[in-house]
Design a protein. Structure first.
Length: 150
């Protein structure tokens, strides 16, 4: 018995290039909107949020707030920030000067430091002044939470 023949649609370079440029333009437009959104925050030194070593995207910030902000009642067994959103961003900005350490068994890096006040509670429900920020190898923030990575 012969294997079934597989047919692939014909490749249309013109359509492919149109789609490529559409995606490129859309991504650039979204990045500019994201930057304007974060720059509209009432924070001094907002530009630290855009450093290559600790770059914050709107997607990462949405993840952090959805999973780790006390006002959003999802993910009950995770650390929760009990400070304002602008204070969370202030703390993330402070971490841009902390040295990143590789996370064993991962391609990501972590920055862990102690803040000057309680910022929330860790995943065990204990008040904490510690914050952990996880970044990818390129420096983009993946997540951040109160407490330490175990």
């Amino acid at each position: 018995m012969e294997p079934a023949a597989t047919t692939q649609p014909a490749f249309c370079e013109e359509e492919w290039m149109r789609l490529l440029f559409l995606l490129s333009d859309t991504e650039g437009w979204l990045q500019e909107m994201q930057k304007r959104l974060l720059l509209s925050l009432p924070l001094p030194d907002r530009k630290k949020l855009f450093r290559k070593t600790c770059y914050l995207t709107a997607c990462a910030l949405a993840h952090i707030l959805e999973r780790h902000y006390y006002r959003i009642p999802r993910h009950p067994h995770t650390g929760k920030f009990t400070i304002s959103v602008t204070n969370i961003l202030h703390q993330l900005r402070q971490g841009s000067d902390v040295a990143a350490e590789p996370i064993p068994g991962s391609l990501n890096y972590k920055r862990v430091w102690e803040t000057d006040a309680i910022i929330g509670f860790d995943k065990e429900g204990r008040p904490t002044a510690m914050i952990t920020v996880i970044t990818d190898a390129g420096g983009r923030i993946v997540t951040a939470f109160p407490g330490v990575l175990e």
